[in-house]
Design a protein around this ligand. Structure first.
Ligand code: FAD
Ligand code: UDP
Length: 375
């Protein structure tokens, strides 16, 4: 087989690059995907009860980039959807990002009013304050509040999810879910938010449905690469695996998803409920909130963090911390030496905790560099 490009991985990064190369530069592209489906971690499908599930955990699309939104809108309609997440604290379910509504639910009214006043005085209304910053800056009653949120919302959740304490990770990780001095219960405030309709997988099929694109599923690229003639490769898998782990294993975090179908229309009040302090799972997801599917049944997902073991469990999150970035930089150096032949992109290959829109933006930027012959 002879093609211009081989793209390894059919997630948002691989699909975007394959689509752009095929449609804009008239390149012949072969996409090779290890799993038996397209879509990477954003894949969705119907389970045996007919419920549309997200196989790798709920995916909510949100972005402030009109470029990314408009690009993807060529391949999908959107269901308007604002994600809401609750966290179980002291037996109550309160909004997270932890906000003024959370405070009023958990504390007596008079004290909540005092905390609200102090927060607005120190930081301003509508401001997002990362928990590690709140802990550092707070004094008096705000210090009590910071400690309360740190202990009850972040500490055990982070230990479960990462096997690390919040301060052992880059501050950007817990800053994804800042304390929000507001009454806005939405998880994200991005300008563009929604769920692809009819599904993520339909979006991916449309992206890859081009006469210049061939797709090989169920195939680790290593099994076939010697039989393919190609000019260049784009690799979106884990970068350490590409180099046979020669500098050692780059840590990723894995998850195990337990799907349970219930004979009831809805199981819980929101798409995601977090359980920092109880159970071994971190979250229960209910994707019907996202998809709006009408059915007398619902399928929920228990999310259990687990260790990543190459060949045994899937790599999901890169683990953002300085020592891991040092190790990644050794692989990046190797990657730079072969860039005429192989380009690396995606959250596993760049070792960056991208949201979907950031993966698409990264791919569109790389495509521009390719088109302008800058890489
Ligand atoms: P992936 O989707 O991981 O795709 C990489 C592909 O490469 C995979 O399909 C893999 O099988 C394939 N591959 C790897 N090695 C090989 C090989 N040797 N041969 C062939 N194929 C190979 N982002 C959001 O914006 N909103 C959310 O709500 C959200 N929720 C998330 C929830 C969970 C539980 C997880 C894990 C992630 C979530 N994300 C979310 C992040 C999102 O999944 C990523 O940003 C996105 O998947 C990155 O796309 P990618 O193409 O870089 O990687
Ligand atoms: N986090 C937490 N408690 C929560 C929600 C988030 O401790 O109730 C921390 C945890 O470290 C988590 C990080 O904030 O990994 C980012 O949360 P996010 O919801 O963005 O994680 P993702 O959806 O990407 O798994």
């Amino acid at each position: 087989m002879k093609v211009d490009w081989v793209v390894i991985g059919a997630g948002f990064t691989g699909a975007t690059l394959a689509e752009r190369l095929a449609s804009q530069l008239d390149q012949k592209v072969l996409v090779i995907e290890k799993r038996d489906h397209i879509g990477g971690n954003s894949y969705d499908c119907y389970d045996k009860e007919g419920i549309l599930i997200h196989k790798y955990g709920s995916h909510t699309f949100h972005t402030n980039s009109a470029m990314v939104w408009n690009y993807l809108s060529q391949f999908t309609e959107w269901r308007p959807y604002f994600h809401h997440v609750l966290v179980v604290v002291d037996g109550k379910k309160v909004p997270v990002p932890f906000n003024l509504n959370s405070i009023y639910t958990l504390f007596p009214k008079k004290y909540a009013e005092k905390l609200e006043e102090l927060l607005i005085q120190h930081f301003g209304f509508g401001v997002k304050v990362p928990i590690l910053k709140l802990r550092e800056k707070a004094s008096g009653d705000l210090s009590f509040l910071a400690e309360y949120i740190y202990q009850k919302v972040f500490y055990r959740y982070t230990l479960k999810h990462w096997e690390l304490k919040p301060e052992e990770l880059d501050a950007s990780v817990t800053a994804r879910v800042p304390v929000y001095i507001s009454r806005d219960n939405r998880y994200f405030q991005d300008i563009f938010q929604g769920i692809p309709m009819p599904s993520y997988t339909a979006l991916f099929s449309r992206m890859l449905n081009h006469p210049n694109i061939k797709l090989l599923l169920n195939t680790d690229y290593r099994e076939v690469i010697d039989e393919i003639k190609f000019k260049r490769m784009i690799y979106t898998g884990p970068i350490d695996a590409f180099f046979d782990y020669r500098h050692g294993l780059l840590p990723y975090r894995s998850l195990y998803f337990d799907f349970v179908t219930k004979n009831q229309e809805y199981f819980q009040e929101a798409g995601t409920i977090n359980y920092p302090n109880d159970y071994e799972f971190t979250r229960i997801l209910e994707q019907k909130h996202l998809t709006g599917q009408i059915s007398p049944k619902t399928t929920i997902t228990f999310v259990y963090p687990q260790q990543y073991n190459p060949g045994k469990t899937d790599p999901y999150y890169p683990i953002p911390r300085a020592e891991n970035r040092q190790l990644y930089n050794l692989y990046l150096k190797e990657a730079e030496q072969i860039k005429d032949r192989v380009l690396f992109a995606g959250w596993l290959a760049d070792y960056k905790y991208y949201n979907m829109d950031q993966a698409v933006a990264r791919a569109l930027t790389l495509f521009k560099e390719i088109a302008e012959k800058r890489v």
